[in-house]
Write a protein of this length. Sequence first.
Length: 277
Amino acid sequence: MPFIILEKCTRCLKCVKDCPASAITIETGDISDACIHCGHCVAICPEMAVRPDFGNVFLLQPYSVTSKDFRNLSSGIRSCRSFLNKDVPDAVLLQLVENMKHYPSASNARPLQISIVRSKEKVKLLNDLTADTLMRMFTFLSSPLISLFIRLFVPSLNINRIKHYKTLFSEKQKVNDSQICHHAPAVMLFHGEVSKTSMAEADANIWATYTSIYANTLGLGTCFNGFIVKAMRKKSKLNPQFKVPANHKVYASLLVGYPKVKYRNETSRESPIVVLL
Ligand SMILES: Cc1cc2nc3c(=O)[nH]c(=O)nc-3n(C[C@H](O)[C@H](O)[C@H](O)COP(=O)(O)O)c2cc1C
């Protein structure tokens, strides 16, 4: 629990008003167990009278990312599918993980764990097992009986497109032995316990997105990987091989490495439809 040093407190009530859980009784300095440990009370206190659950409090550092900088950074970030044959040092990978403490999480539950696959053999294994799973899924979905069922009952699933993917995938497989992982030196898996109430999937995609942006500022390239997420479902046979606990599911996956290609031009990526109400 965070705690309040009442001798330092000036009763400005900033913490009380900003607490999303209404957990603070300033008269007594009590913080109830409704606290979600978000640290807003610690972050807002002008006297540093509210102390965190653990660690210390520091003044926020000034930064100089203008809106134009962020816009330009976003426009330059592309999915990287071509990596230099160069390892990402563990210190850099851990730097990416260390910063995750700053990323938002539903109810501040922070249910995620990260596994980083970063040996050539393991990345190859992840690639091959995911490719096998994907091919089995394509084969199953495009079998005559199942495709008939899908055409009748799930018409939104385009069977012809699945068949096309299957052919394309197995053709490419002959010339590219890393169609899933693209020889990335590191693959991050964002996983968490499976639960009906948790928002781990949303957290994972947000954390992976922040990580991708941070990684790009460090000169790295990244690519989200939905194939790995599909393959590493709950109780997938792949999971134990990559130290994903039995009750966990992989919710997001990010390839990370130094990019071989550099993009020169800003292209038009469609903005979403907006409705102003
Ligand atoms: C949730 C998600 C899953 C993705 N999965 C894959 C994937 O499995 N393989 C891949 O090559 N790219 C994957 N991508 C990358 C998209 O194809 C890519 O973002 C899109 O084509 C736009 O290109 P850009 O990121 O360079 O702007 C994924 C992207 C997202 C957001």
